[in-house]
Design a protein around this ligand. Sequence first.
Ligand SMILES: Cc1cc2nc3c(=O)[nH]c(=O)nc-3n(C[C@H](O)[C@H](O)[C@H](O)COP(=O)(O)OP(=O)(O)OC[C@H]3O[C@@H](n4cnc5c(N)ncnc54)[C@H](O)[C@@H]3O)c2cc1C
Length: 464
Amino acid sequence: MLAIQIVYQQSLSVPICRHAEALDQIVTQLNVPKRVWKNQPGYASSLSTLYNKAMTDEREFDVVIAGGGMVGVSLARLLSDLGSSPRPRKIALIDRIAFDPDKAPLFARPQRYDPRVSALTLASKALFSKLGIWRHISEMRQCPYEEMRVWDAEGTGSVRFQANAVHQPDLGSIVENSVISSALYKGLTEQNNLTYLAPFNLAAVQRDEYGNPQIVSEDGSSICAKLLVAADGANSKIRQLASFATREWDYGHDAIVTTVQTEKAHQATAWQRFMPTGPLAFLPLGGDEEQRHCSIVWSVLTSEAERLMCLPEAQFNEALERAFESKLGRIECSDERFRVPLRQRHATEYFRDGIVLVGDAAHTIHPLAGQGVNLGFLDVIVLSEELHAGLKAGRRVNDKRILERYQCRRKPHNLQMMWAMEGFKHLFAGRTPATVWLRNFGLTQVDGFGPLKNLIARHALGME
Ligand SMILES: Cc1cc2nc3c(=O)[nH]c(=O)nc-3n(C[C@H](O)[C@H](O)[C@H](O)COP(=O)(O)OP(=O)(O)OC[C@H]3O[C@@H](n4cnc5c(N)ncnc54)[C@H](O)[C@@H]3O)c2cc1C
């Protein structure tokens, strides 16, 4: 917005008629309907009024990001941090819960881990490096994994992906979600164009006198945005309030997540066993020299999840060890278990009337390939690129062309990933001898054919 300020100051110091175009551009960026200013005695005075109003009104923002989860806060950083490009002048990040890093397990009880972790792709790690926060994550706790082993429970087929085959030091990193959030929130409010409002529990979205979204909190207070970004997660209230259509269905699976200590070291490897009832992943955790802690994501039928959740720890550990074929020896202990119902969901459109969806608000997929939040990070990279390009071209933040380009670039990619996950799920659920033979043959072929295997790995890592 520095550009706008400069143009504005220049416009005040010279005859107005010579700067009609520049003023037009400023008013466009301020998104004030022309009827408000065109009948004023002078462009400059009207512009001055508008500019000062926009600068001082703490309830009016260019962009409001609703949802300070990993995706929302990444977008807030991207839009506010990138100093050189034109940036939205006033951004607000809201969340119903104020983020408190002291509550993250790493700080509250360092000997334990956050049960929710993410397998970050190289593309996501590159984003964090660009934002200057990867070093914070590295200083806290993370585990780069150099290998990934995937195998079929009903046969001999298996694939082994290795970092050195794709000329990388690792295939990605396993990071606790609260560690990612702590790093993203560090220094966030130092950005002068960003306001963090929390707790702010969004209860309604109305329209102001100009038709822009007016975001109303549960306590009755409200703020206005030219562009409202819904980053409020899988059950997005904004998506529902604004009647975005979705295609969705239950997987009939629940994921059980917990942290375990194993007898043998995890060898900086991400392990995944595919069973007809769902996949089981052991994800290596950092901060333990003996490498004996893993985060597990065990997808099972809902009825089986109920049973497993009720088991005493020793029996749960035995069941888990059997399901994992004792690949890492005995499961010595496991932490508190959490159960997450799994649902596939995809919005049929990503934007409408000044509202745009990102992250899980736009799409949720099965965690079997660990891609959910990575897709969300790609959404925010593309949205911020398009916003910067649009502002540079003198467009408003809510210009349909900006949002259309965002949708065009992200929707096909997200859909492709969702269908791939769906295909995987069905392929591994099949129990007929032909299906079992086909997938084991397929896995063996992929494993034996380096170029294809590396191509798959490069796609999964976000390198393509
Ligand atoms: C078991 C499991 C394992 C997974 N593993 C991986 C993995 O390895 N790799 C990967 O890439 N992805 C993984 N995922 C997916 C990943 O966790 C999600 O994609 C990611 O958390 C979505 O982030 P988000 O910021 O879009 O939404 P959320 O994390 O849901 O954040 C939404 C935010 O909005 C706020 N909010 C909601 N409603 C309101 C409201 N009314 N007013 C104000 N604020 C509101 C919430 O407080 C929250 O802070 C996994 C998912 C599951 C279930």
